[in-house]
Design a protein around this ligand. Sequence first.
Ligand SMILES: [Cu+2]
Length: 361
Amino acid sequence: MTGEDAEPADGGERVVSRRSVVAGAGVFAFGVGSGALLGRRGSSVAADPGGYDASDGGHAGHGGSAAAAAPPVAHAGPVSMGYGHGIAPPDTFTRQDAVALATPPTVDVGRRRTRRYDLTVTQDAVEVAAGVTVHAWRYGGRVPGPVLRATEGDRMVVTMANRTEHSHNVHLHGRHDPAMDGIEPIGPGDTFTYDVIAEPFGLHPYHCHTMPLSEHLGRGLYGAFIVDPPGGRPPAHEFVLVLSGWDLDGDGTDELVTWNGIAGAYERHPLTVPVGERVRLYVVNMLENEPVASFHLHAQTFDVFRSGTRLRPDEHTDIVGLTQAERVVVEFTLPVRGRYMFHPHQTRLAEKGSMGWIAAV
Ligand SMILES: [Cu+2]
């Protein structure tokens, strides 16, 4: 994302449109207020034992063959995959899809400019785990929505065209004119443009703020908003991880808990980084139905920058708690080749699809 008026190029639309096609005829319709999000349960969980091979640190797969015999997920409960959770992503979900969802746009820091973002809202059938399709509301054709990124002081022009039959809006966290706070509903077919200055630097969420909020967030209207400090941050391999859930049956509990919207995304397709180089994760908790979650990394400790709003770490640990809408920037290096597990330490949540790997290669 460079140049004046740069667009948020993230490849997300290509990724999700393919998943929508896959959803196909198995989708069940449901009305607003009925609660249930679910399409159907799939007929198989076709695990990919080769989802991670060249750099698995010497371990033999991560449970792929065991999962091949697993029953359909979503309501079946966790299935043993050795040290995985047994919730498989859609069969069509590729490594490229997983990386695209986690990769933030790059921003050339240091000079003020205007950045424009398109957060058109659509209602789409989206396969979020193998054989599990939901009726999602999406910003920019993906869940989470596109990663908004700017340098502190940039002008951000965010256009939301509402292509659904329900009102929505875009509420940015951070600091701005209250007239641009995104709490006024934007009706079906209408368009609204938010015009704000990006501040303060840090990591913020954005989300729909239309009633009932639980449904508008639960159906997928949220995303990450990175504001870089004027001088930037040190070079690093950067990934965005948004934790959220899917309440498939409308009971107020998430049957699936996901990083970047897809159950098992990073168990099937580990994020890879070079040994010994700085890694920076932008971690946002958008779980709507859980009061608290966390980010825990195995086999290494990390610096925590709470909300990313200061340049000195607040703590050094291997787990950081995250209440609702709370977020952290974490930084670490992985000095030894191998796979490093990550998950919420609320293991009940990890077992619902939010176990993942970072592989140092
Ligand atoms: Cu909404």
